[in-house]
Design a protein. Sequence first.
Length: 133
Amino acid sequence: MIHRLTDGGEPVNQIFLLSERQMTRIEPFFPLAHGVPRVDDRRVLSGIVYVIRNGLQWKDAPKAYGPYKTLYNRFIRWSRLGVFDRIFVALTEQAGRSKRLMIDATHLKAHRTSASLLKKGLFPVISDGQKAA
């Protein structure tokens, strides 16, 4: 969903924001906040989706999503905790689809360092059957 946000009273280009309905569906998978409350989950997750969908570097994220370091840190932390894996699995199960997740590579840009992400545990767990294929 595209919304118009403001940045200090000035209009910002229309940017992507997850809808309230989408947030309601994925909120149960968020880890509990410890200590200081997290910044707006909707804004940060929308920023993560925007950066990944458009193949941007984190530093090129629009300011309307907040500091790019926040987007990056949340993505890395939640990836390592398996939050995104659980969200993807639950959404595919709710839709009654196969447990196999497929991504159209024509919409995905790989950075030259992306090969090292597997070693860092930032990709979804792949079963032995899928690895052999």
